[in-house]
Each structure stands twice: as structure tokens, then as C-alpha cells.
Design a protein around this ligand. Structure first.
Ligand code: ADP
Ligand code: MG
Length: 593
């Protein structure tokens, strides 16, 4: 084929592929335009997850009638004049591409009015062709309507995910912008229902409750950090609140959301040693620095940035997060007598560290300081590294436990038991998790027996997660739950699995949406097992909870009856074994002669 210049429409569609990937990308561009226009109020309306309609209305500066045609042309922008401007961009847009791109893959109506004009103007673009321009009455500001997205690019349509997923993306996106711009009033309407409304009073914590569940929003720790030319604000989760993935780690740089692996790893670094393997914090952090310090022109959708001094930024993030974590002092745990050093962190979420007893000269087993981070010499009783992910009874047939004699409970957290070969320290939470999990998995073959609650419990979820739960409702019955929709964002729990009787129904149901993976679509059985593991973790007895002798005894007995008693469903050890041999060596009874 001979070389030819592409017609403008085709070129626009190709460019649109980079900017307009899914309905949420349209929302992002339009919201950014509204923010750039200095809007104090932005309302977003979507129908059918944005496929049918996306409408963004703002009260910003507007576009004058003679400029409307330019606004929808490619490389037409009011935010940049010359190439150097690229290096001190203070607006969110600058590429002059969004409206043209959107107009080439949808039916776009742009209505706008400025303060200097008494009458507004309207322009229609249909799949890249400007169809009509005319005068119309309009308030000062701009309304952009995008209908039938991708109607002329059927190939794109195929890549759009389920309505729930797309809707969730849009809700998450608008919520994040609302948090980033607390001075702006945001409203989001989904199929005629208002799912988000912020006051614009500048209070970020108030907006936070829309992003997370109320209890989590309350627990989030504030971060506020400043050094010359650089500021970091936002919220991070305390170590007790974690997720199984990094999806809730959000960074904004100079007001734009960015995906940056290095920023995320700086944050994770600050949490290092504080979280269990495979667990991640929640965070939403706003980094502000001199525009000249960031190159925003590295990604068509502007989702990535480049820092002029990356190390400086990462180190600041680390320090800011560390400071935020330290400012919050954890509830002191119990100090078992004989552990010496009062500075030892005993928060149950801190991983336990053992100092390696020297093999040549018998070192102390219970170190005083206990600060050197060395590999544990005392293996978990499974004798193996904890495996990642849930281990069902079938996947790890570990030796069963010997019969043990209960000695008692230590620190309200560990059971102490004696077996044929020494002493066992059992983490009551992990052990209970294991016991519950095996019972659950055992029942999952058929429908899990449910037990009706005496009083049905009504639970309210933010719109963001309510959609997720709603979608899962049909499958919940198999898991032993009876949950029904009870108004917008509200659910009524009628029954929970019989074997969980007495557990907090809300906590158990909430787990179902908490760690939900967007693209989670493994085999149903595997998904159910994973969900079961999470539920068991949530409802199991906690560390620090005093158990009666009877309860201790039956927990120990139940654990003995487990198929894989030595790890919790998430692969962490349930117990530590101090063998007779080890004890004798530690006391110098062996080898000393
Ligand atoms: P960019 O934002 O990169 O400049 P866009 O295609 O998104 O490119 O928009 C083109 C131009 O249209 C903008 O530069 C701006 O002048 C104008 N415009 C777009 N949306 C709005 C809006 N909501 N209010 C005022 N002006 C707008
Ligand atoms: Mg723009």
C-alpha cells in the first residue's frame, strides 16, 4: 500500500484510543476540564455505567461562543502557548486533545456560557463530525454531554467490562477527585440516584467517609508534612487496617492522580516490618511540589509523571508516612513477665521477632532488647515457611497434631500446651481461624446451613461498595448468608452460617466486599474458599481476648482435629514449638554434661 496521510477523523480516533479507554476516562477528562475552568461546583451524571450517558456540568469560566468550535479541535487548548510552558504547567489539561478525542468516538454536546455573554452557545459533534452550532440559553459555566460512547468503534465496546465494574471505576474516580479538591462541591448521579455529594467546605476528613466505610474513615491517620518546595498531605491506614492488594494506595501529584510504582514502594517502605507479608495499607496522599519539579507530559492520559529529583520526593513520602504512623501510638499490648525490655513493641500486629540463640555458646532465648532483626531460628511448628495464600485442607496435608495438655493462656493471646515433645505456644486467633475455616470448607460442598438471626441486622454501606455487595448477593446463599437489599446502600442480614453463630453478622458480611478484587474471576470454588478464609479471619477470637478454661480447652481440641492445624488459612503459623531438645540446650542441660 502506498503511504498516505490519514484523514483527520481516523487520526483522531487513533489518538482517542490513548486518552479514552473506558467511560471512566471520559469522566476524568471532563472533570479535569471543569476544575481547570475554576468551577466551584461540579455535577456528574451517568446512565448505564456511562455507556449511555456521561454529563458533566460546572459553574466555571465557560467558553465564549466563537471559541466553541476550537475547543473540540485537536491540539486546541487555552492552557499552553509554547513548548517551554510544558515545564510549568499548573492546569490539569494541556494537550488540547480530550474533547476532540471524545467527540470522535461518541455523540458530544457542548453547551457553554461565559460571564461576558448574555446568551450561551451549543455545539454538537457526532462521531467526529461537527453537526450543528447555535445559540441557547445557559447559565455561566459548561455542560458537556457524551452519549453512546464508542457507538462507532464497536471493537472498543467489547473491551468495556461489566456495568458494575465500570460504574465502580467512575464512582471511585469522582470520589477521589472530591477528596483531592475539598473546596469544590461534587455531586455524582448514577442512573438517577445521587451516590455522592460533598459540601465543598474544604474538610477532607468529611469527604473521606465517602471513600471508605465510616469506621475505617475514622481510623485513618492524618499525614501532614512540609519542607521547602514540597508538601505531603493526606491519610494513611493504621497498621491494623490492611488490604490484600495495593489498589487502595492512591497518590495525587499536583492535583492529578498518578500511578507511580516508586511512590508506592516509598510508602510501603515506611510500613516495612509493621505489616504481615501480603498485606497492604490504605492511603490517599497528595504530593504538592513546584510544577518545574515534575514532568507531566510522559503519558497521554497523564497518569504518570516524572520527577526531577525522584529521591527527594520518595524520601519525603517515606518520612511523612513514618511520622504519621508514629504520631499514632498503638494500644499497648500485654508484657508477659520475663520479657525484660519495656520498649519492646507488643502490638499484636507487629510480627514477632526472635533473636537467634547462638548455636556454639548458648545465647539467651528471651533477649532483653530484642531489636536485631534476625531470621527466626525457632521455626514455626509446621517446619515450613508459611505459604502465601489460603491453604485449604486438601492442598497442604500436614501432619496432625499430637494430643496436648492445656496449661493455660498467656497474655490473653496465646495458649500454652504440653505435648509429647515439649511445649507449644499457640496463637489463639490464628488457631481459631484455622478451626473455623476447616469447618466452613467442609460445609461448602453443599449449601452451608444458615441460622436465622433473631433480629435481622440492617447495614449501611457507601455507594462505592454497596454495588459490589449487591452483585454478590445471589452467591451468598450458598455460603450460608441471607442478605437482601434494603434501600439505597442498605442491606438487611437475615441469617449467617450456623457454625458462626454468635459472631458479628455485620463484620462477617463486610468482609465480602472489603477485599474484593476487581478482576477476581477464578473458579467459583477457589473464590468461595478465599472468601471463607476472610470471613473466618474476621470472626475468629482476637489476640488479647481472655478465654475461659473451657473455651481454651475446646479450641485446643478443635485444633487437634484439624487437617492442617499448623497454619492459619492465610499461611501464617498457628503455633511455635519449643522441643524438649531445644529447652535442654537453652538451659545448658545438654552438652554441658
Ligand atoms: P485541554 O484541557 O488539554 O486544553 P480539552 O480538549 O480538554 O484540552 O479542552 C480544550 C479547551 O476547551 C480547553 O483548553 C478549554 O479552554 C476549553 N474547555 C474545555 N472544557 C471546559 C470547561 N468545562 N470549561 C471551560 N472551558 C473548557
Ligand atoms: Mg482537558
Amino acid at each position: 500500500m502506498p503511504i498516505q496521510l490519514l484523514p483527520d477523523e481516523v487520526a483522531s480516533q487513533i489518538a482517542a484510543g490513548e486518552v479514552v479507554e473506558r467511560p471512566a476516562s471520559v469522566v476524568k477528562e471532563l472533570v479535569e476540564n471543569a476544575l481547570d475552568a475554576g468551577a466551584s461546583q461540579i455535577s456528574v451524571r451517568i446512565e448505564q455505567a456511562g455507556r449511555r450517558l456521561i454529563e458533566v456540568a460546572d459553574d466555571g469560566c465557560g467558553i465564549s461562543p466563537d471559541q466553541l468550535g476550537l475547543a473540540v479541535m485537536r491540539h486546541a487548548t487555552s492552557k499552553l502557548r509554547k513548548a517551554e510552558d510544558l515545564f510549568h504547567i499548573s492546569t490539569l489539561g494541556f494537550r488540547g486533545e480530550a474533547l476532540a478525542s471524545i467527540g470522535s468516538v461518541a455523540r458530544l454536546t457542548l453547551t457553554s456560557c461565559t460571564q461576558d455573554h448574555t446568551i450561551g452557545a451549543r455545539l454538537l459533534v457526532d462521531g467526529g463530525r461537527v453537526e450543528a452550532v447555535g445559540e441557547t440559553g445557559a447559565a455561566v459555566g459548561t455542560v458537556v454531554r457524551v452519549e453512546d460512547l464508542f457507538f462507532n468503534v464497536p471493537a472498543r465496546l467489547k473491551f468495556i467490562k461489566s456495568d458494575t465494574t465500570e460504574r465502580q471505576q467512575i464512582e471511585a474516580l469522582v470520589t477521589r477527585y472530591a477528596l483531592a479538591y475539598p473546596q469544590t462541591r461534587f455531586a455524582l448521579d448514577v442512573d438517577g440516584r445521587t451516590v455522592l455529594r460533598t459540601s465543598g467546605n474544604g474538610n477532607r476528613r468529611e469527604v473521606l467517609a465517602n471513600l471508605y466505610q465510616v469506621e475505617i474513615a475514622r481510623q485513618m491517620l492524618a499525614v501532614s508534612f512540609e519542607e521547602p518546595g514540597l508538601a505531603i498531605e493526606g491519610f494513611i491506614s493504621p497498621v491494623a487496617v490492611t488490604r490484600s492488594n495495593r489498589r487502595e494506595i492512591i497518590f495525587f501529584v499536583n492535583g492529578r492522580p498518578v500511578q507511580d510504582a516508586a511512590l508506592i514502594s516509598a510508602l510501603l517502605n515506611a510500613y516495612r516490618t509493621l505489616l504481615m507479608v501480603g498485606r497492604y495499607p490504605l492511603a490517599v496522599l497528595f504530593v504538592t511540589l513546584d510544577p518545574e519539579e515534575v514532568d507531566v507530559n510522559v503519558h497521554p492520559a497523564k497518569a504518570e509523571v516524572r520527577f526531577r529529583s525522584p529521591d527527594r520526593v520518595f524520601s519525603a513520602v517515606q518520612r511523612a508516612v513514618r511520622r504519621g504512623l508514629l504520631a499514632y501510638s498503638p494500644v499497648p499490648g500485654v508484657q508477659p513477665a520475663g520479657w525484660g525490655g519495656s520498649a519492646r513493641p507488643t502490638n499484636e500486629t507487629l510480627p514477632m521477632r526472635w533473636n537467634t540463640p547462638q548455636t556454639s555458646s548458648a545465647g539467651p532465648l528471651w533477649p532483653d532488647g530484642g531489636t536485631q532483626p534476625q531470621a527466626p531460628e525457632l521455626e514455626s511448628a509446621s517446619g515450613a515457611q508459611p505459604a502465601a495464600g489460603a491453604t485449604g485442607p486438601a492442598s497442604a496435608p500436614l501432619a496432625r497434631l499430637p494430643l496436648m495438655r492445656l496449661i493455660g493462656q498467656v497474655g490473653g493471646t496465646y495458649l500454652v500446651a504440653e505435648g509429647p515433645d515439649g511445649l507449644y505456644l499457640i496463637d489463639q486467633h490464628a488457631a481459631h481461624e484455622r478451626v473455623l475455616f476447616e469447618r466452613y470448607v467442609h460445609q461448602l460442598g453443599g449449601p452451608v446451613p444458615a441460622q436465622a438471626l433473631l433480629e435481622p441486622v440492617v447495614m449501611q454501606l457507601p455507594a462505592y461498595t454497596a454495588g459490589l455487595l449487591e452483585e454478590q448477593l445471589p452467591g451468598l446463599e450458598r455460603l450460608g448468608f441471607e442478605v437482601e437489599l434494603f434501600g439505597p446502600g442498605a442491606f438487611r442480614i437475615r441469617a449467617i452460617p450456623a457454625f458462626l453463630s454468635g459472631a458479628d453478622p455485620q463484620a462477617a458480611v463486610r468482609v465480602i466486599v472489603e477485599d474484593f478484587e476487581e478482576d477476581e474471576a477464578p473458579l467459583q470454588a477457589e473464590r468461595e474458599a478465599r472468601l471463607a478464609a476472610r470471613i473466618c479471619k474476621r470472626v475468629a477470637v482476637k489476640g488479647g481476648q481472655t478465654l475461659s478454661l473451657e473455651e481454651q480447652r475446646s479450641l485446643l481440641q478443635d485444633l487437634e482435629n484439624c487437617q492442617s492445624p499448623r497454619t492459619c488459612p492465610h499461611g501464617r503459623p498457628t503455633m511455635i514449638h519449643l522441643s524438649v531438645d531445644l529447652l535442654e540446650r537453652q538451659f545448658g542441660r545438654r552438652g554441658a554434661r
